[in-house]
Design a protein around this ligand. Structure first.
Ligand SMILES: [Zn+2]
Length: 130
């Protein structure tokens, strides 16, 4: 009888632990779901604040500063993307790339980026004003 009691105790303990684990797992899943929902809401908060900032709505100074930082970074990214686009559109020109114009100290057209004579007012390549 003592053995049976001990066995029964072991079974009960295993059941108890399985039940405990099951309930903890369920709660942990729920926590994970809630945490995910918080992440979504946080993103929505950020989007809403940025929207308010862009529509010049009244906002606390701290938020305005953060939004300004985002706007500056967005501007930088746009500049960088434009630079990438212009780099990608560059054509290899061995004439200007290899032989610099005599007496030139490295003046380049701001429009087509090719080397131009130092005193020129208009680009000899694309014709635009320098
Ligand atoms: Zn040019």
């Amino acid at each position: 009888m003592a053995f049976f009691n001990q066995f029964q105790r072991g079974v009960d303990l295993a059941k108890f632990k399985a039940n405990q684990l099951n309930r903890v797992n369920k709660l942990q899943n729920e926590i994970a779901n809630n945490t995910g929902e918080i992440q979504n809401i946080r993103k929505e908060i950020v989007d809403t604040v940025l929207l308010l900032y862009r529509s010049n709505s009244e906002m606390p100074t701290q938020l305005v500063q953060l939004c300004t930082q985002v706007a500056e970074l967005e501007g930088k990214i746009k500049d960088l993307e434009n630079t990438i686009t212009s780099i990608r559109s560059e054509n290899f020109d061995p004439g200007t790339a290899v032989a610099p114009i005599a007496g030139n100290e490295g003046k380049f057209c701001p429009h087509c980026k090719k080397e131009v004579p130092i005193n020129s007012e208009f680009c000899i390549h694309c014709g635009k004003k320098i």
